[in-house]
Ligand binder design. Structure first.
Ligand code: TYD
Length: 207
């Protein structure tokens, strides 16, 4: 049986650059000979599709129900028998996920107590903890600029909201000292950040 792959997560507020960095890391790992599965939450599964409709304002559910849907989508993401994260890891692939449970702690606890958000996600944490989480940190000024230039208007993309989300991320990291979280400043160039990410990864896993 193949040696289990590593599970790497990128976290950050909207506009933090995690999607770009996840893609670059995939390319770099592939160059290093790894097989890599790049994935994202919300997923394109049943719960994820409904979630994206809620995020675009096309469907309306109470905030607690949305938090529950993120959890449901996450369990599907982990356990889907064909394409779930566990299936890929078991084949020896490295899995890179753009968002995972820290996103729920940071975003969904704007509307409900963080304790509750953490507790409804406990099954996901029991099933699968990341081997390493990168938190890409950007300054409030930069996220304002980046989200404005993308012209996006999704529900969480207001500057004040994102400030709160950023605080929630750090609050939740402090609650889980056993989680391996690396905070990487992403205020400079894309390549510079990609180099930092790869150096940290190499340190952790001896690439
Ligand atoms: P995002 O990465 O911004 O996707 P896109 O670039 O396609 O817009 O993620 C979608 C939104 O979902 C984002 O604003 C954060 C939110 N979210 C939560 O509120 N809770 C969660 O558990 C996850 C995974 C995401």
């Amino acid at each position: 049986m193949a040696e289990r792959g590593k599970f790497i997560v990128f976290e950050g507020i909207d506009g933090s650059g995690k999607t770009t960095q996840a893609r670059i890391l995939k390319e770099r790992l592939e160059k290093a000979g790894k097989k890599v599965f790049l994935t994202v939450e919300p997923t394109s599964g049943e719960a994820g599709t409904l979630l994206r409709r809620c995020l675009r304002g096309e469907a309306d559910l109470p905030e607690e129900a949305i938090s529950g849907l993120f959890m449901t989508d996450r369990i599907d993401h982990i356990k889907d028998p064909k394409d779930g994260i566990l299936v890929h890891l078991a084949k020896g692939e490295w899995v890179i996920s753009d968002r995972y449970y820290f996103s729920s702690y940071a975003y969904n606890s704007m509307y409900s107590p963080m304790d509750w958000v953490i507790s409804i996600n406990s099954l996901a944490r029991d099933l699968l903890k990341p081997d390493l989480t990168f938190y890409l940190d950007i300054s409030p000024e930069l996220f304002n600029e980046r989200t404005r230039s993308r012209g996006t208007t999704e529900r969480y993309e207001d500057t004040e909201v994102l400030r709160t989300v950023r605080e929630n991320y750090f609050r939740s990291f402090a609650l889980f000292p056993d989680e391996k979280v690396e905070v990487v400043d992403n205020c400079s160039g894309i390549e510079e950040t990609a180099d930092k990410v790869y150096a940290i990864l190499s340190e952790h896993f001896g690439l």
